[in-house]
Design a protein around this ligand. Sequence first.
Ligand code: KG4
Ligand code: ZN
Length: 350
Amino acid sequence: MLVLGVETSCDETAAALYDSQKGLLAHALYSQADLHTQFGGVVPELAARDHVRKLIPMLRQVCRDSGCELADLNAVAYTAGPGLVGALLVGATLSRTLAWALDIPALAIHHMEGHLLAPLLEDSNLAFPFLALLVSGGHTLLVSAEGLGVYRILGESVDDAAGEAFDKTAKLLGLPYPGGPVLEELAEKGTPGRFRFTSPMINKPGLNFSFSGLKTQVMVKVRALQKAQLLDEQTRADIALAFQNAAVEALVIKCRRAVQATGADTLIISGGVSANKALRKALNDRTKRIACKLHYPALEFCTDNGAMIAFAGCLRLQAGAVNEPLSIFVKPRWPLTELRPPSAANADVG
Ligand code: KG4
Ligand code: ZN
């Protein structure tokens, strides 16, 4: 079964071909970061227009790279939400049109289900049920994943997402968009212990997160240092490290708590922030003494990509998902808990 995956939910254009027998055959990604960096964040209209420019050449590229032709496809899976409406519509329109022309199913995939399944892409021993920490630019979720499409939210951010906090803090420190990876690089040069920020929500019971207060702590410190003309390069690195430590601490504590509360033996960590080395190290160190295995996607599949969408589509198709109505729809806001297993979702379509 050969599935084309199309991802255009935000500022990355991505396509991939996944074969149920042979695995991932090809994938391509184009990041619009350079286009948006001058604005300090994603400009939705520019993002949509750029997807229009990049998507069809990318489709040709994955076909060329894999030696497949469009006629070989068994389905097209595309990100239908959550995300930016204009950006989503580009991928949805191309995917539905292609599927209609080839007379094959088109499957609307939830972007966060894509992230949740990404660690399974290259690890065939990993199976439901498991716990998942999903940390991206738009979401911070602790999920109990009981089966394909059966997800229970155990905790979530009550304000900014973890990646958003990295991006906003990076901006305060004068770093370019997207801030997460650059802030991580700067933090590597930081002096441990020079600054300390309070990790948000760690003393409150429960599994929710909050990151906007942490960003405010950084803002107050940065403004004070700027006023005193003390914000030199080393000081910025020291602040970056203190911010990263506090953010990582909040994520690690809630993960440990979730594992202990549920008795889960597998925790997967996915989404853009799961590429962060300090987070990976802290989680590995701090879960040694609890019997829970950690799984991450390969680095290239932590952030947005087409492979996770093709893979999610393939799993859904194998589990009996059927073609959806022809209308082109997207869901810019789409709670993960609205998903159903493919068999139940088919009943909705019918
Ligand atoms: O999953 P993703 O590519 O897109 C969304 O679904 O939002 O995540 C992007 C987010 C951005 O906020 C980016 O700054 C953050 O992930 N990110 C990182 C790192 N790499 C990406 N944050 C911290 N450390 C990183 N190495
Ligand atoms: Zn994402």
